[in-house]
Design a protein around this ligand. Sequence first.
Ligand SMILES: [Fe+2]
Ligand SMILES: [Fe+2]
Length: 536
Amino acid sequence: MALPPLVSLKRNVIAEPAVAGWYAWSYLLPPFTLAKYLKGHYRNIVESYLEEPEAHRTALEQARFQGGPFVHGREGSYERIRDWYESVSGQYARLYELADAIDELEQKILPGLDGASMEPVYRELPEPLAGRVELFYNRDNRTPDYRFIEPLFYASPYFDPGLQQVRFSTIEQDAREFALTTPVLEYTPEQVLVTVPLASPLLDRVFAGGLSPQELDGLTADLGLAGERAETFKGFFEETPEPAAAAPQDAPDTVEYVGHACVFVRHRGTTFLVDPVVSYSGYSHESDGRFTLDDLPERIDHVLITHNHQDHMLLETLLRIRHRVGRVVVAKSAGASLVDPGLTRILGALGFRDVVELDDLDTLETPGGTITALPFLGEHGDIRIRTKCGWLLDLDGTRILFAADSTNISPQLYAQVTATVGQVDTVFIGMESVGAPVSWLYGPLFPERLERRLDAGRRLKGSNFEQAAAIVDTLRARTVYVYAMGQEPWLGAVMCVEYDEKHPAMIDSDRLVAYVRERGGTSKRLFLQESIAVRP
Ligand SMILES: [Fe+2]
Ligand SMILES: [Fe+2]
């Protein structure tokens, strides 16, 4: 008797992670940043929507408001969101208390300190922070500051995996609505929202597939699904397609552009995936040769994350591929502040066990090569964020730099770097040269609103032409790819940038491409897909 076929998730089923009802990104994992965003950002969005849904709808009709604090409503959303918001207020009370405690510390307690001993202050700390923070003066002996003792927060009731969910549904097209400002709920019967800790191995079983019908039944029950919702969930699976012949150990070396800042590299059988943001497949838009989730190998030895922005550290992709990932390599954090929470702990809370942090110019050996962290300046609005680096891969002497959104604001930096680590053959550089004001992302973490004029000048922007050209010249790179421009349609969930050819980012990057080519080098602005020679 033939055994029933094994089943796997259909290729066009998307799984959107959520924390406390909002599309999950890394700052929603640490309890202190989650608390601050809930209080200072998400609460305003939902309350404003419930007061004036029409205003949100009309705002979103205008291109300039895309990515702003507006709910993407649809038929029936209003009632769904209203009922959800009423039902969760009690659940979030503890996090609001934590946010209030942080505000009290930053707005009342710390400003009252003038250089005198901090010892008595520990006794005044509001309860959520007591025993979980360290206070100190900066070296001017006047400016007080503090750090979170992070593991104590992850171990506290403020870290509640019961607030973590994944919403399963199918997509028929690339275009994604901006996901960060609309509650992740079940709006239609075709969506199944599962409450499950994001670190749960159950999710690996869902994404790894190859399940017998009995295993799928068991898994569905373990995810707490029953009745119609269980049936809908099981409908997301289909007979496992014949596996593509797994790439053998001696598969040829390759560099594949996957879209945005994501690049797949295989060298001597070792695989690397930089800034994973990978397209789904199984629907109409895939005749363009792009690299999709189907093209990933069984095993990704090294995932490299350049920095903690949601278009480079996309939880939706990371969770989907977690069962294949060996090690995640990240830049070292500054140490547990609101704006720079530890990425290793965030990844730990997401179920990644093998995470390695590299500091400036630290190197990790790989078979036939090395990974080196290069300093990454700029693109963070001049706030103290250390969790960012460019990754320099040395593959048997061929050297490829993924510079991400690094802005060349300190023109001597790359000269110093080149003098220390040597020249680079190929550079991938982001040139989103306008970028958003710093408060677009970090505003809810600031103790007070940043003056508009200052905000407008401190932007989350990548290199412009002059800055990028100087990087290329200093590194003596012969091959230069502009990437990370947010133009791939599947980035729409986390980015809202559509450039026409008159946009400064396009003009700057066109100029860079021409500049490199005029000097006899190879250059291109990447979009969607590209197979790249490892040895130029
Ligand atoms: Fe960035
Ligand atoms: Fe970026």
